[in-house]
Design a protein around this ligand. Structure first.
Ligand code: MG
Length: 257
């Protein structure tokens, strides 16, 4: 029988160990600020890998004809093309600022399969209905398995329903919730892996970082582009920092070693 004192000591040790480790660098929408890249482009994934990021984040929608595409905004800027209401063949005609066509998830995963060092951080966007999110989740999991990427992918969503749907399909995956309206205890109770919250949420609830770690959860923070803010979250012992400026964060982490 383990005494209460030993349990407390183990918990403190685990917090101490986590605090000592440096946060891992996630390139937000890939390393899109690199020359020749664009947000959520295949090039942004390759560039994130080329500078040794831990992971590349990207956003996934299910189109009107139930295909999966990689893009951030619901309506592509400068067009009336709505990711959920347009057909895939019309969406993939969109030209990204770097000259690529807007990628399907298939194309993105094929690229990822050829770059084995970097993790994927797949965001399932909030869709019109929970049913569409469940269907998208099932399709995403099938696609990840088809490319042998289920173990190399972390999943995130602002939709709590989507996170729970993904958890049912992938019991072992890292699944983190984005919205910031639930406590670490609520996330642990739902069987999710962690919180992936906006800087402002973690500034309002600084205690959530330690609470999450004590519950065995991971903590990611987004989107941290300012050096001062990066230093603050490095010092606070988060597990991941999601940034548009991965090379800046990498430099700060090297300096902090
Ligand atoms: Mg995203």
């Amino acid at each position: 029988m383990i005494s209460l004192r030993s349990l407390l000591l183990l918990a403190l040790l685990s917090i101490g160990c986590r605090a000592a480790a440096q946060p891992r660098v996630i390139a937000h929408r890939g390393y899109w600020m690199a020359p020749g890249a664009a947000q959520n482009s295949l090039a942004s994934f390759v560039k994130a890998d080329s500078i040794g990021c831990y992971g590349a984040e990207f956003d996934v929608w299910m189109t009107a004809d139930d295909k999966l595409v990689v893009n951030h905004d619901r309506i592509y800027p400068g067009t009336e093309i709505h990711m959920e209401r347009a057909r895939c063949r019309d969406i993939v005609r969109i030209e990204l600022p770097n000259g690529e066509r807007l990628p399907t998830l298939d194309a993105y995963l094929a690229t990822a399969a050829a770059h084995p060092a970097i993790r994927l951080v797949l965001e399932l966007k909030c869709h019109a209905t929970p049913e569409r999110e469940s269907r998208a989740a099932a399709k995403i999991v099938r696609a990840l398995k088809r490319y042998g990427l289920a173990e190399r992918t972390d999943l995130i969503s602002f939709s709590f329903h989507a996170c729970c749907a993904l958890r049912k399909l992938l019991p072992e995956a890292n699944i983190l919730y984005l919205t910031g309206d639930r406590t670490p205890q609520q996330i642990a109770d739902a069987g999710l892996s962690g919180i992936d919250y906006h800087t402002q949420v973690l500034d309002e609830h600084p205690e959530w970082i330690e609470e999450a770690h004590a519950l065995g959860l991971e903590v990611n923070v987004w989107t941290v582009n300012d050096e001062k803010q990066m230093r603050r979250f490095i010092a606070r012992g988060v597990d991941y920092i999601t940034t548009d400026c991965p090379e800046v964060l990498q430099r700060l982490l090297r300096e902090a070693e």
